[in-house]
Write a protein that binds this ligand. Structure first.
Ligand SMILES: O=C(O)CCC(=O)C(=O)O
Length: 319
């Protein structure tokens, strides 16, 4: 069972969900977004009908779930037609993990104000180690997803680098299936990409190949338009659309999940020295940011919001 909350203050969110690493749906967090009521498949056809892109239709065979390169060419108008005709038997491909501000910069204002729950976020920070900065900064990008009935996210996974995810359902209904981190032993993480499951499908799993998956207990629910879902760090998840659907996602790292990020990154370094070096660097980087956050909060005054704390910071852009 997932809790649905309304009128959830930042402090309540942090104490009851962020720090305990527990999912929640907030029903009124994005109620002022212009996107609600404005965005629909028809809106994208009308406003961006000529836009050209490609989509990889069958990602099941590919393990890299963010892989959008190559595939079938569409205009937005053609794609929207596919979305509107989509069915369980013949689902439209999924336009997903596209960077909203890059491809639809004019839509920036439609998703304002961004909920306070997204702060503090260490992903857009500057990092001394260039490669770390590149990976984390890319992770900070707000992403958009457009799909049709019967379409699904191609793989059961948790988000890379163990970031938290916020999923905002702007249009249509989407089914989510979640598994807590404790159930990892039943989820068959891929040896080469530990955050992706090898289980072929959560709806029709091949129990011959994945017998332990019988023991996995899913949390299943439908995200309705206007709702925000918090998927905490290392929670496994996948989705299926019940209607044409448009969603937005935001990833977040801060003190609450940095230790999981450190584990994730150092676990992936096969070389023991590189693994220890990453752990040491990231631990220092996290300790410094935790201290900086506390200083911002203190300066802004007790009870002030994170956005106020950040804007009052004398450090300006994050270090
Ligand atoms: O909204 C969806 O279909 C799932 C998105 C997701 O899990 C992801 O991008 O990591």
């Amino acid at each position: 069972m997932i809790e649905r909350r309304a009128n959830l203050s930042y402090e309540e969110f942090a104490a009851e969900y962020l720090w305990p690493n527990k999912p929640v749906i907030v029903t009124d967090a994005i109620r002022d977004w212009k996107a609600l009521g404005r965005w629909s498949p028809e809106f994208f056809k009308r406003e961006f009908g000529e836009m050209k892109f490609t989509i990889v239709e069958d990602l099941k065979s590919k393990i890299g779930y963010k892989d959008n390169e190559g595939g079938v060419a569409y205009t937005m108008a053609q794609f929207v037609e596919r979305v509107l005709d989509s069915s369980d038997e013949n689902p439209a491909p999924y336009f997903r993990n596209r960077i909203l501000y890059d491809i639809f910069p004019s839509l920036r204002d439609d998703i304002e104000p961004l909920p306070e729950y997204f702060l503090p976020n260490w992903l857009p920070d500057r990092y001394l180690v260039k490669r770390v900065g590149e990976v984390l900064n890319r992770g900070a990008a707000i992403e958009i997803y457009i799909g049709g009935k019967g379409g699904s996210f191609p793989v059961l996974h948790y988000d890379g680098a163990a970031v938290h995810a916020f999923l905002m359902q702007v249009y249509g209904r989407k089914k989510f299936v979640l598994y807590s981190p404790e159930q990892e032993a039943y989820l068959y993480p891929a040896p080469e990409k530990e955050n992706l499951s090898r289980v072929n499908s959560v709806d029709q799993p091949d129990f011959e190949r994945f017998p332990l998956f019988r023991k996995a207990v899913p949390t299943t629910f439908i995200l309705e338009p206007g709702e925000l879902l918090f998927i905490p760090s290392h929670w496994w998840h996948t989705t299926k659309m019940l209607t044409p659907s448009i969603s937005i996602s935001v990833n977040v790292v801060n003190q609450s999940n940095w230790h999981r990020l450190v584990d994730f990154v150092s676990m992936r370094r096969r070389n023991r020295f590189a693994s220890l070096a990453s752990r040491a660097y990231l631990t220092i980087a996290g300790t410094w940011r935790a201290w900086r956050d506390r200083r911002w909060k203190k300066r802004a005054g007790k009870g002030s919001s994170w956005s106020k704390a950040k804007s009052k910071s004398s450090l300006g852009i994050e270090q």
